[in-house]
Design a protein. Structure first.
Length: 281
């Protein structure tokens, strides 16, 4: 661990990720804490921060493009009939306190604030766990509670009229390489077979690394996956896929994604075995 503004995650004494608590970012990037760099045990970086193609992609974190019309994702907002549009509607996630802070992870509280004030309170727990000599797991749980005193709903570009763009929730911007990463699930191969569909887990395999994203609770498993490989490599969840997700006053939306971070290119059986170990660890 380091000073007040970042936490270094370690597995068996080895640093595998840095969590930046209070990043200094322009408003249009929807400032929020993030994990970057995240590495394999051999030291290969498997995240990107503000890449040229999408400056608002910030490693690993929680980002939502539409909370009652406010953008907590960053960049342009998709507007029905107009397409991606620059709007002055960005929110920010502000770290309030750490309730647990250790070498293998932390629990923190965050305030999601926008022009009207605080909309959501979040409790986020991140834990790093050793699996094998060549793999470890990043366990991320977030719980969003509506503290605005009025009904809120979560949307996405898809619910606002852009087909196939239901991103919002957990998101991992992966390492971009010359060749596209391969995608597979427990039952199918290819991006088209994973994107917009539910699955127990989704794997993204690069040249010398594999990430396996597991939906670790029943509610998380109901969310379809958002998967990209052509323009950039990224995997996330879809809190609002077919319709907006209502969050009544005082209610909480909770999700848990466990990601296996492995050296080498895993096969389906290896991926499945590591997911089982990671989720039950």
């Amino acid at each position: 661990m380091t000073g007040n503004d970042s936490v270094v995650l370690r597995v068996a004494g080895r640093p595998v990720g840095r969590y930046v608590t209070r990043p200094e970012l322009p408003a249009r990037l929807s400032p929020r804490p993030y994990l970057h760099p995240v590495t394999t045990l051999a030291g290969t970086a498997v995240t990107e921060l503000s890449p040229a193609d999408h400056a608002h992609h910030l490693g690993v974190g929680v980002a939502v493009p539409d909370v009652e019309g406010f953008n907590f994702w960053g960049g342009r907002t998709y507007v029905q009939g107009r397409g991606p549009t620059e709007l002055d509607n960005h929110g920010a996630q502000r770290h309030t306190a750490y309730h647990r802070r250790e070498a293998d992870g932390f629990t923190e509280e965050l305030r999601w604030v926008a022009a009207p004030g605080q909309l959501l309170r979040e409790q986020r727990t991140v834990t790093a766990t050793a699996l094998t000599d060549g793999a470890w797991a990043l366990d991320l749980t977030f719980a969003l509670t509506n503290v605005s005193g009025r009904p809120l709903s979560v949307g996405s570009p898809a619910t606002n009229g852009r087909p196939g763009a239901a991103y919002g929730g957990f998101f991992w911007r992966a390492r971009k390489e010359e060749a596209e990463a391969d995608v597979f699930t427990e039952a199918a191969d290819g991006t088209d077979a994973a994107h917009g569909r539910t699955a127990g887990w989704v794997a993204l395999a690069g040249s010398t690394w594999t990430l396996v994203f597991a939906a670790a609770t029943e509610a998380t498993r109901r969310d379809p996956w958002f998967v990209r490989t052509e323009e950039y490599p990224g995997v996330g969840s879809s809190l609002a896929h077919d319709a907006r997700l209502p969050v009544p006053p005082g209610e909480t939306v909770e999700r848990r994604v466990v990601t296996v971070v492995a050296d080498g290119r895993l096969g389906r059986e290896e991926a499945a075995a590591l997911v089982t170990k990671a989720v039950t660890a």
